[in-house]
Write a new protein. Structure first.
Length: 282
């Protein structure tokens, strides 16, 4: 279905445009280029594309109207929150959350020496266990992808057919892909990861067996519940999580090869950190 959304807006849809003559940003209402209507316009999102319709049946696109903006506006209306049209920027966190036990899985007594040495390097360099940083980035990547891509929207956003558990496990798998790619390159910072390498890691089931070692008192390990799900999920269930996580990274690559995670920073929304969600100890 490509996450199709149709949203009739009663009043004007105001967007920000840069005015060359005045060297400033103007707030302007959208209007039909054929009949001039500014009210009663319908916003349509399909896949990653968006367009507008007027009451006369005219259709057109606008650079300030993106699929992510249409889906965010629908979300705001459904949640009873007031907000202006987000335009072509992801401003709203639509990623659902699960409520569960936050107990961390015990560290593996047989972790490879290379993995322990690399995790120690990251902790010394950043002060943050690598999995915690990877989960932070993974969540932002998923928050950006949910309203942007029609498939991710349908797979992870509950009103469109998704569910919070699938969203949670998609974030976990994206984080494990970033973690593994970082470890392979012994990178001191997660943001140096090449996203195409992380995408490749999500083409199979190898991530089911990845277990970050973490740090005493600082977390950085998977929850007991996450480890149990990864170990016992039916093949079709894991495939659903893997497919969603793979799509999230593909969407964030924007068809550009070998983009570093840091290069996505300016495009990703800033979300409030929920450290217990990351599996941190109180």
């Amino acid at each position: 279905m490509q996450g199709v959304v149709r949203l009739l807006v009663g009043g004007e849809i105001v967007v920000a445009r840069y005015g060359d003559l005045i060297d400033d940003v103007l707030q302007e209402p959208l209007y039909c280029p054929r009949c001039g209507r500014t009210t009663g316009l319908t916003l349509v999102a399909r896949g990653r594309a968006a367009y507008l319709e007027c009451a006369e049946g005219h259709e057109w696109s606008d650079p300030e109207v993106a699929a992510c903006g249409v889906r965010q506006l629908l979300h705001l209306g459904a949640s009873g929150a007031e907000g202006r049209f987000p335009g072509a920027v992801v401003r709203v966190d639509m990623l659902p959350r699960i409520t569960e036990d936050h107990t961390l899985h015990p560290p593996s007594p047989s972790a490879p020496e290379r993995q322990l040495r690399w995790e120690g390097l990251v902790l010394t360099t950043t002060g943050i266990p690598p999995l915690t940083d990877c989960l932070h980035w993974a969540r932002r990547l998923c928050v950006w992808a949910v309203p942007t891509d029609g498939d991710v929207y349908e797979w992870l956003y509950p009103p469109a057919g998704g569910n919070a558990l699938d969203a949670h496990m998609a974030v976990v798998l994206v984080a494990l892909a970033l973690y593994t790619a970082s470890a392979e390159g012994e990178l001191p910072r997660c943001e140096q990861v090449s996203l195409d390498r992380a995408v490749h890691l999500l083409t199979g089931e190898e991530l089911r067996r990845v277990r970050p070692t973490g740090a005493a008192g600082l977390g950085g390990r998977l929850r007991v519940t996450d480890v149990h799900r990864l170990a016992t999920a039916l093949p079709e269930t894991f495939e659903r999580w893997r497919r969603a996580a793979h799509r999230v990274l593909q969407v964030n690559l924007d068809d550009r090869d070998s983009e570093r995670l840091a290069d996505r920073n300016g495009h990703l929304p800033t979300t409030a950190d929920d450290l217990t969600w990351y599996g941190e100890q109180p």
